[in-house]
Design a protein around this ligand. Structure first.
Ligand SMILES: Cc1ncc(COP(=O)(O)O)c(C=O)c1O
Length: 385
């Protein structure tokens, strides 16, 4: 069984865009497809500006630069390493704060504790497409004069209190990587309601150009090519069907997992738009090896299940050397990183395959649970007899 794969929209529609690209010979530099994609994303998310970029990592760097971040920036350790790397690569120091064990997103109290005179900002992650503690983080940022940016790599098509993710904080940064709910092969977008910030972001994205021969300052190449925008336009038309499939797969997992002991499937906030792209399973029976045994069993059947985000950024180079012992003030990160498995979702999945995936999980976890019960019953007596 080979399961998992990207969400793909209509192939024939993509072919028509290729014809258009060859016809107009517009390949990059803010062509009509990028502009159309930006307009449609801004409208969908209810935000003034969507600035399409080459990937989410560069989007984070553009946001950090455009906001003038310096010194230390507080981030979760429990995230994809790009959140920390993007900042470190441009000379900022990511400072890791712990997460909440129920939501897996930054704990605002831990953020407060991590603030020093060198702190300039907070990059919070809407992990798994579940909104971070937006209001409480904004309060911490306001109280200390810090910039707040959201890494919304997982949160396209998600709402918080009925408002779409995209206009919270000073800016939000999406990834449109192939693995994401909505993809443009590679790509991303920075969204903001701030006109001046948007202007700076557009300049920084294009080598600092502010007119044809007029460079206003330094910049990078963060432009999204037209072919990626074409993929985005095709996939935008299909997001409803992506959500439907993901929701069905998620419901199948939830139903099937109800019979499996010592596991918990992370739920999405009720009454909000969600993309259900991540089916996050926590395996917890006190045995630190059990999660990995489940992964091995799934892999043996060609199921693309993974340990996310293990072992936590603070245990990866270069941060492990820079902040040795960070695990001491990141106990929840350590715990969660040791028990999460992400199960496959997306349009390459079917409910039947999801049932089969749970069957594999169940075989390992239930066997471990019954072995344990047996050992508890027979252990000491077994030794005596
Ligand atoms: C939480 C998070 N932040 C940032 C990124 C980086 O995005 P990209 O791969 O588009 O550079 C990703 C995914 O790749 C991610 O999962």
């Amino acid at each position: 069984m080979h399961v998992g794969g990207p969400n793909l929209g209509d192939r024939a529609a993509f072919d028509r865009y290729i014809d258009q690209i060859f016809g107009t010979r517009r390949l990059s530099n803010g062509g009509p497809l990028v502009q159309e994609l930006e307009d449609r994303i801004a409208e969908l998310l209810g935000v003034r500006h969507a600035i399409a970029v080459v990937n989410g990592t560069v989007g984070l760097q553009l946001a950090a630069r455009a906001l003038g971040l310096s010194g230390e920036v507080i981030v979760p350790s429990y995230t994809f390493v790009a959140t920390a790397h993007a900042l470190s690569w441009i000379g900022l120091t990511p400072v890791f704060a712990d997460i909440d064990d129920l939501t897996h997103t930054l704990d605002p109290l831990a953020v407060s504790r991590a603030i020093t005179p060198a702190t300039s900002g907070i990059v919070a992650v809407h992990l798994w497409g579940r909104p971070a503690a937006v209001e409480r983080l904004q309060k911490v940022a306001d109280d200390h004069g810090l910039e707040l940016v959201f890494d919304a790599a997982h949160a396209f098509g998600v709402s918080h209190n009925g408002r779409m993710i995209g206009s919270f904080g000073r800016a939000e940064v999406f990834s449109f990587h192939a693995t994401k709910f909505f993809n443009t092969f590679e790509g991303g977008a920075v969204t903001t309601d701030d006109d001046d910030l948007a202007e700076r972001l557009r300049r920084l994205r294009n080598f600092g150009f502010q007119g044809l021969d007029d460079v206003g300052g330094e910049g990078t190449n963060g432009k999204m090519p037209e072919i990626c925008a074409a993929m985005g336009l095709v996939n935008l038309d299909a997001i409803e069907s992506f959500v439907q499939t993901n929701r069905l797969i998620h419901a199948t997992y939830r139903r099937a997992l109800a019979r499996v002991p010592n596991v918990r499937l992370l739920e999405f906030p009720p009454g909000e738009a969600a993309n259900y792209q991540y089916a996050v399973l926590e395996v917890e029976d006190g045995d630190p090896q059990l999660r990995d045994r489940v992964i091995d069993a799934l892999r043996a059947e060609n199921v693309m299940a993974r340990r996310y985000f293990w072992p936590g950024c603070h245990r990866m180079a270069p941060y492990a050397d820079q902040v040795p012992g960070a695990g001491e003030w990141l106990p929840v990160t350590e715990l969660v990183a040791g028990r999460v498995i992400v199960l496959p979702t997306g349009t390459a999945m079917t409910p039947e395959r999801a049932e089969a995936v749970v069957g594999i999980v169940d075989a390992v976890v239930s066997t471990a649970a019954s072995d344990r019960r047996l050992a508890a019953l027979t252990g000491p007596q077994g030794e005596d007899s």
